[in-house]
Design a protein around this ligand. Structure first.
Ligand SMILES: NC(=O)c1ccc[n+]([C@@H]2O[C@H](COP(=O)([O-])OP(=O)(O)OC[C@H]3O[C@@H](n4cnc5c(N)ncnc54)[C@H](O)[C@@H]3O)[C@@H](O)[C@H]2O)c1
Length: 312
């Protein structure tokens, strides 16, 4: 790795282009490369982002590239695919996503991807698992944003409902980045106090608002892009600075939380080498059951994905 840190984004659509913009505006790295099945679209998105960097000036190069730019990137972000349509769940995107990834991993694997791979494409946990298997890389290097966006939404909603600043709220959304996600309320701290110290807050309402947030945006504007791109830029920034932050990411569990061989959103300590540790929170029996149920949803869809698009 040289001092010119490079992030390549595969998929220059709503999500990929906003990720490029958030990374560039935050000067998270020195080089950003956009790669898309439509090269002219990637070129146009790169130009548009590059224009934004004159006021104020940012020392970042943004350009379009090819698949070869995936191999030597410090971080490869996978944001291909289609946004959900109103009424669709993320799981409805499964067949489309794994078929694209089958071809993509066959092209990328022989190139030898050297950096970390962060996947955003939905259904997020199943795609992260498929990419890790397809690229033949360890779990520390291939993971998904998982419930990072759900956690951003959860913190916003806690803030709105409690009146506390977001920075005074500690909470995670865990499990599937999808309808079966769960919140371990026993671990929530609102201004240092447990959830029970706020009797006016309703668990059901907070869960429902968190799960529904993505579809509310999609129904009105067609895709979500700002929240996920800021989450991604913040994640990449803390990785490249080796900050060792604990963030909820979709990683393959190998016995943690009593689960094996399934990707799901759990708090992880993340650093320059990727996932360094999975933080195992002391869940209540009911929270463990909710996480188990979410893992079961993911596991069955991982199996379906591998049947639809088998890996060699
Ligand atoms: N994980 C999250 O929190 C989160 C949040 C928002 C969106 N998403 C997901 O991100 C994905 C992208 O959404 P979007 O709104 O940007 O879609 P989009 O249609 O705007 O963009 C997708 C882009 O990927 C490109 N593409 C498709 N297949 C490709 C391939 N094989 N190689 C290279 N490029 C390819 C398309 O040409 C297009 O430009 C979807 O799966 C969406 O559900 C995830």
């Amino acid at each position: 790795m040289n001092s010119q840190r490079k992030i390549t984004i595969l998929g220059a659509g709503h999500v990929g282009s906003h990720c490029a913009m958030a990374l560039a505006a935050g000067a998270v790295c020195e080089e950003i490369v956009l790669v898309d099945a439509l090269p002219e679209k990637a070129a146009a998105q790169a130009l548009d982002v590059a224009d934004a960097l004159s006021f104020p000036p940012r020392p970042v190069t943004v350009r379009a590239g090819t698949l070869a730019d995936c191999a030597d990137a410090d971080i490869l972000v996978v944001a291909i695919g289609k946004p959900r349509l109103p009424g669709q769940t993320r799981l409805d995107l499964l067949a489309d996503s794994v078929r694209s990834l089958q071809e993509l991993t066959a092209q990328l694997r022989p190139m030898g991807v050297k950096g970390l791979v962060i996947s955003i494409t939905n259904p997020a946990d199943i795609v992260a698992d498929y990419l890790r298997r397809g690229l033949g890389l360890p779990r520390s290097r291939v993971f998904g944003t998982g419930t990072l966006l759900d956690t951003a939404r959860l913190i916003r909603i806690f803030s709105e409902e409690s009146g506390l600043a977001r920075s005074s709220i500690s909470a995670f959304s865990m499990g599937e980045h999808g309808d079966s996600s769960m919140v371990p309320f026993s671990q929530v701290r609102l201004g240092g106090l447990p959830f029970e110290a706020y009797p006016n807050l309703s668990r059901e309402r907070i869960l429902e608002r968190t799960r529904r947030a993505g579809m509310d945006v999609i129904e009105a504007k067609g895709s979500t892009e700002f929240g996920i791109s800021q989450a991604l830029a913040s994640l990449c920034g803390s990785i490249l600075a080796d900050e060792k932050r604990v963030l909820p990411l979709s990683v393959e569990l190998q016995g943690e939380y009593g689960q094996t061989g399934v990707h799901c959103g759990v708090p992880c300590r993340v650093g320059r080498q990727g996932i360094e540790e999975i933080v195992v929170l002391p869940l209540t029996a009911q929270e463990q059951q909710q996480l188990d149920a979410s893992c079961q949803v993911i596991r069955s869809h991982i199996e379906s994905g591998l049947e639809i698009a088998p890996l060699p």
